[in-house]
Design a protein around this ligand. Structure first.
Ligand code: GLV
Ligand code: MG
Length: 308
């Protein structure tokens, strides 16, 4: 799955313990839903949540949405049962499994092998179910290149800011906002850039994690706007009120989209007029060459995927 894979501008978190939210999520405009078995579900509710998720996936209407289930991480006793019950119960109704707190390549390889066994047992196409790898601590970050290349199933690298901030002892309580006292730049810049490079080196998508102040849509827009500008493909949304902002921010604005299409048309027109002998041409006062064509293709590709 390439960097322009399944749509994921807005990735809606839905607790598997809430049948109400599993129902409501189906009517919302998020590109992706991830039905959660991990941190939004209490230990005693996990077994029922697996059943709720299988029922919601097999009986619900998720048309047009990327369908993902987040299982528990591999330090818990729940992960293998999560994967087996979800994939055996909902195999053809599922696009990917999200594995949280991935720390090493072995974590991804474990999931890849288990998925292969289940797919073979069920007669499903081997490799059909993707993997989303959440990076949530320093060990995951230093191993992220290997994690991104660990299996052809890996479709996205995801930043998990809350767990990450806790794991590095960041002196802050507000996820995604700058830690008070750090006044020399953006405390997330290194992490966001590091994940982006690892993802792109393996032609994967890269997704920013949650913003927990769910009523502060301006705050969401500010934080999401940064990762969108860097090149991220999308961001988690925890509340319906964040969905439109994410879909808008992770699409190009109309002016940029129109200009990108103009560059592509002009470049094709002038270079073919010149019989393929011109490398750089002029569009008004702007010089465009093969590299500008590639930049335009990124913006145009995002716009086309967003139906612009
Ligand atoms: C998400 O899982 C996070 O820890 O931010
Ligand atoms: Mg987390």
């Amino acid at each position: 799955m390439g960097a322009l894979g399944r749509p994921r501008r807005s990735c809606l978190a839905v607790p598997g313990s809430s049948t109400k939210m599993l129902g409501k999520a189906q009517g919302l405009a998020a590109d992706q839903v991830f039905l959660d078995l991990e941190d939004s579900v209490a230990p005693l509710a996990k077994a029922d949540a697996r059943k709720n998720i299988v029922a919601a996936l097999t009986e619900g209407d998720w048309a047009g949405k990327t369908r993902v289930v987040r299982v528990n991480d591999l330090t818990t006793p729940w992960t293998y049962r999560d994967v087996i019950d979800i994939v055996e119960g909902a195999g053809t109704h599922l696009d990917a499994i999200m594995l949280p707190k991935v720390q090493t390549v072995a974590h991804v390889q474990w999931l890849d092998l288990l998925l292969t066994q289940i797919e073979k047992t069920l007669g499903l196409p081997v490799g059909g179910i993707g993997i989303e790898a959440q990076i949530e601590n320093a060990r995951g970050l230093v191993n992220v290149d290997d994690i991104a290349g660990a299996s052809p199933r890996v479709e996205t690298i995801i930043f998990g800011p809350a767990d990450f901030m806790a794991s590095i002892n960041m002196k802050s309580l507000v996820v995604g906002e700058q830690p008070p006292g750090y006044d020399v730049g953006d405390a997330y810049h290194y992490i966001l850039s590091r994940l982006l490079m690892a993802a792109r080196a393996h032609d994967l998508q890269v997704i920013d994690g949650p913003y927990l102040q769910i009523r502060d849509v301006d705050g969401f827009r500010r934080v999401a706007g940064r990762s969108a500008a860097l090149g991220y493909d999308g961001k988690w949304v925890l509340h319906p009120g964040q969905i439109d902002a994410a879909n808008e921010l992770f699409s190009p604005d109309q002016g940029d989209y129109d200009h990108a299409e103009l560059i592509l048309d002009a470049y094709d027109y002038y270079t073919s007029e010149a019989g393929g002998r011109l490398g750089a041409v002029m569009l008004g006062d702007e010089m465009i060459d093969e590299a500008s064509r590639k930049m335009a293709l990124v913006i145009a590709g995002k716009g086309r995927a967003a139906g612009m």
